[in-house]
Design a protein around this ligand. Sequence first.
Ligand code: ADP
Ligand code: ASP
Ligand code: MG
Length: 462
Amino acid sequence: MDDIMIVMKFGGTSVANFEAITRTIFIVGSKLDQKPVVVVSALSKITDLLYKIADSAASQDLAQTTELLGQLRERHVNLVKELLEQSPMIMEQALARVNEICNDLDKLAYAICAVGELSDRNKAILISNGELLSSTIICFTMNAKGIKTGFVDARRMMVTNDSYLKGEPIVDEIAARVPGIISEAYEGMNAVITQGFIASNMAGEQTVLGRGGSDYSASLIGMAIDAERIEIWTDVDGVRTADPRKVKNTKYLEKISFEEAAEMAHFGAKVLHPLTIEPAVKKNIPLYVLNSMNPSGKGTAILRNELIEDGVKSVSFKENIKVINIFSMKMINTSGFLRRVFEIFSENKVSVDLISTSEANISVTVDAGEKIDRLVEELSEFCDVIVDDDKAQVSVIGKNIVRLNGMLKKTFMPLKRCNVYMISQGASFVNISFVVDREELTEVVQDLHDHLFDNPEELETY
Ligand code: ADP
Ligand code: ASP
Ligand code: MG
């Protein structure tokens, strides 16, 4: 596919309202010569609202379900009226389509409410509506503004396994479908728009990629069309040394490596979905994180490892994790013990983050949201298990930091007063992670960030 060159993904805040969508369309309009494939999320907070609707319907709260469905429809209908005020004919068409989507959603929500039961399959259908609505509205508005835009239903090309709420992409199938569908949609057009997050399985049933999955959609599409670049447009000036919502005085990073970005995202930096990097790496496609509220900014380039300098880049964190401590005297001299333990994690689909072992103990961290009751029960059949709740995980990330002289001292020096429960130094040379009490997190990350980024020159490679 020679002529399609870039993927531009706009997150919830970049399509939140009239002003944001107007800015976003202006940004897309300035890049039509690069043939953009635009990928959009739901309007900001709409996916949360859809989850609430799902819960409320499943618990058969009819009054609340009706109230929430009303809010959802009203927000989208008002937006259409604002955006398309100057184009009454297009406004009519857009309103008809938005109401059609909302009517289908109402029907589904009331059906769930009637039976009081919500399958993952129906939940996926329900929560997909945010992206369908936003992409529909933006597509009509782009056309009204003179940007001829083709609409692609992502469910035709993004194929996942049968895990309805956290579909795993079937990459070969996506790579086979996307180019044809996109180039067909591009015929006679200046741009193409599609949805992030939503997909379908091989049987054509709806699935989603999991929360924050639109970034992942964008990079899968970028991989499939061999895009020249993948742009992730959000509400911050690129990737920073820590989450600016939590940490003061964070610094902007001009460029980082694929590996650093993947580790940052995996270890908690919400700026990118953790799996976004993987498809881009496959085809060596640079990713850019850009601010739709400040489009002239340079943003952060995420590039191949060789183009990036060594050094500390970020402090990432997960605010709420559990530590599962597994004790067994049998671990000593018993081959196969670790295998048995991790088989149980795998059978229960609990994903493990950090691991540390001693002679008769294994400690692992898992996200607080993981369901671990059955896992703990099964482990308890042959080991003692203690679960520590209310912990947080902090990771210092940067290319080759594990080889920097004084790095461990510099990481742990600011933590004088707090307990450190687990320490794990990544085998990749890119990260050092540790666990602290949740209530200490804010202070720990601020102190650590100040300490690492105020005197970076003290570190030397050995
Ligand atoms: P979108 O809706 O565009 O996908 P997200 O809210 O998912 O946006 O991601 C952007 C947010 O990520 C920022 O507002 C910021 O608070 C957060 N964030 C976390 N870690 C970082 C980091 N290291 N650099 C920049 N932003 C970060
Ligand atoms: N709208 C989805 C969510 O809020 C996907 C995304 O925004 O990336 O999780
Ligand atoms: Mg996001």
